[in-house]
Design a protein around this ligand. Structure first.
Ligand SMILES: *[C@@H]1O[C@H](CO)[C@@H](O)[C@H](O)[C@H]1NC(C)=O
Ligand SMILES: *[C@@H]1O[C@H](CO)[C@@H](O)[C@H](O)[C@H]1NC(C)=O
Length: 398
C-alpha cells in the first residue's frame, strides 16, 4: 500500500511519514495472541484441558514475539501442568478471565509437588483468573486418617525472573497456595487467597531462596501462615496485606539445616491481622545452624484478637523430635517493631524467646500499644537485647 502512494503533494508526504511511524510502532509493540480454545481447551469444567494449555504454552514460548495466552471465561479442568522455560518469546502474558479447576479426586494431584508450576521462565505475567484446587476432600482425608498424599502446591515459580502475578484468586489449595522458590524480581499484587482456617499446611504465599520480591494489597484467609519466609530470602517487601484466619506472617521455620543461608532486609508495612494465631513471627528450630535473620522492619500493623501478636520463638521443636536439649544456631539481629497496635487474645502480647547460645540483639520497639481484654497485656523476654522508644504497652521487658 505504501508503495502505491505517489508523493504528489506535501500532504501526501506527511501521510506517508505517518504510515511509516505507525508501521514502526506497530512492529515493535506486536503481541501475538494465543487463545487456549484454539488449542482444544474446553470451557465446560469437565473435559481435561491440560494438553491444550501445554500446547498454547509451547506456541507462545517458542514465538519470537511478545505473546499473550488468553483464557476466556469458563471453567477449565486441569491436571498437573509444568510450564517450562527457556522461552524464545521475550515476554509472555497469561490473561485469565476464567476459572482453572483441579480434578475432584484428590489422588490425581495429591502426589505431585505442584498443580501449576513455572520453571526457568523470565518476564512472565499472570493477570486475573481463579484457581480452584478442590482441596477440602484431601483436608478431610488428613483429618480422619494418616494414609493420605501430602498434596500439591497450587501455583509455583521456580528459578524464574521478572514475574508478575496480578488479580489472581487461589481457592482451597491442597497444600500451599503460592510458592516463590529461587526467583528474582517478583511482583505479586491484588491476589486473593481463600481456604478454611482449619485446613492443614495451606500457607498463603511462601517465599524462599529469592531476591527482590514484592507482595502488595493481598487478602489472605487460610489455615497456615498467610505469608511464610524461608531461608536465603533477601529484599522482601510486603505492603497492605490482610491476614486471617491464618497463622500470621512468619519468618521461618529456619535452621532445620545446618548450612542454611539467612534472611535479610524484609519490610512488612501496613498489615492487618484478624483472629490469627500469630501476627509478626520469627521462628527457628532449636538446632545448630549457620543461618541468620537480620534487617527486618515490621511497621504499621493492626492486630485484632491475635493470639501472639509479636513473637520470636527460637525453641521450635515439634513433638520434641530431632532437637531435644539443643539450642538454635540462627542469629537474629536488627529487628524493628514500629506502630503496632490492637488487641491480643492471650495475656502475653509480646514474646521474645531467643536462643541461650545466640541471644537476639538489636531489637527495637517503638509506639506499640497492644491490649488484652481492655487491660494491659504482658511481655516476656528471654535472651534478648534491645531498646524501647516512645509509648510501648505492654511495658517492654527489654
Ligand atoms: C532492601 O529491600 C528493598 C526492597 O524491599 C530495596 O529497595 C532496598 O534497596 C534494599 N536495601 C538494601 C540495603 O539492599
Ligand atoms: C492504647 O490502645 C487502647 C485500646 O485500643 C486505647 O484505649 C488507648 O488509648 C491506647 N493508648 C494510647 C496511649 O494510644
Amino acid at each position: 500500500m505504501l508503495k502505491m502512494m505517489k508523493l504528489t503533494s506535501p500532504l501526501h508526504g506527511i501521510i506517508l511519514i505517518l504510515f511509516v511511524i505507525l508501521g514502526i510502532v506497530n512492529s515493535t509493540s506486536a503481541t501475538t495472541n494465543y487463545n487456549v480454545l484454539n488449542f482444544g481447551a474446553k470451557p465446560n469444567g469437565k473435559t481435561d484441558s491440560t494438553n491444550a494449555f501445554l500446547k498454547a504454552w509451547d506456541a507462545a514460548c517458542g514465538s519470537a514475539d511478545s505473546t499473550m495466552i488468553y483464557v476466556p471465561k469458563g471453567r477449565y479442568l486441569l491436571g498437573s501442568v509444568a510450564f517450562q522455560g527457556d522461552c524464545k518469546s521475550p515476554q509472555i502474558t497469561i490473561r485469565i478471565d476464567g476459572n482453572l479447576v483441579a480434578p475432584v479426586d484428590y489422588q490425581v494431584l495429591g502426589k505431585s509437588t505442584n498443580w501449576l508450576s513455572f520453571e526457568g521462565v523470565s518476564d512472565v505475567s499472570i493477570i486475573g483468573g481463579a484457581l480452584d484446587a478442590k482441596g477440602p476432600s484431601l483436608w478431610d482425608c488428613k483429618a480422619s486418617h494418616s494414609n493420605c498424599p501430602s498434596g500439591a502446591t497450587t501455583l509455583s515459580f521456580t528459578n524464574s525472573n521478572n514475574i508478575k502475578i496480578r488479580g489472581l484468586m487461589s481457592l482451597n489449595s491442597q497444600l500451599f497456595h503460592i510458592v516463590i522458590n529461587g526467583c528474582e524480581n517478583v511482583h505479586v499484587q491484588g491476589v486473593k487467597i481463600i481456604a478454611a482456617g482449619n485446613s492443614p499446611n495451606t500457607d498463603g504465599i511462601h517465599v524462599q531462596l529469592s531476591r527482590n520480591v514484592e507482595i502488595i494489597k493481598c487478602s489472605i484467609k487460610t489455615g497456615d501462615d498467610c505469608i511464610s519466609i524461608g531461608p536465603d530470602t533477601q529484599n522482601l517487601w510486603i505492603e497492605q496485606v490482610t491476614c486471617g484466619p491464618g497463622h500470621g506472617i512468619s519468618i521461618g521455620s529456619l535452621g532445620k539445616d545446618l548450612k542454611e543461608k539467612g534472611v535479610q532486609n524484609v519490610t512488612v508495612w501496613k498489615t492487618t491481622f484478624s483472629g490469627t494465631q500469630n501476627g509478626l513471627r520469627i521462628k527457628s528450630w532449636a538446632r545448630p545452624s549457620s543461618g541468620f535473620v537480620q534487617g527486618v522492619r515490621f511497621m504499621n500493623s493492626v492486630m485484632r484478637n491475635v493470639q501472639n501478636p509479636i513473637v520470636i520463638d527460637q525453641n521450635y521443636c515439634p513433638h520434641n523430635l530431632n532437637c531435644p536439649d539443643q539450642v538454635s544456631g540462627i542469629k537474629i539481629k536488627d529487628i524493628i517493631y514500629e506502630d503496632i497496635r490492637g488487641t491480643s487474645s492471650t495475656p502475653i502480647a509480646i514474646k521474645f524467646d531467643c536462643s541461650v547460645k545466640n541471644p537476639c540483639t538489636g531489637i527495637k520497639l517503638q509506639n506499640v500499644n497492644l491490649t488484652y481484654l481492655n487491660k494491659a497485656a504482658q511481655s516476656s523476654c528471654s535472651n534478648v537485647v534491645g531498646k524501647a522508644f516512645d509509648l510501648v504497652r505492654p511495658n517492654s521487658c527489654l
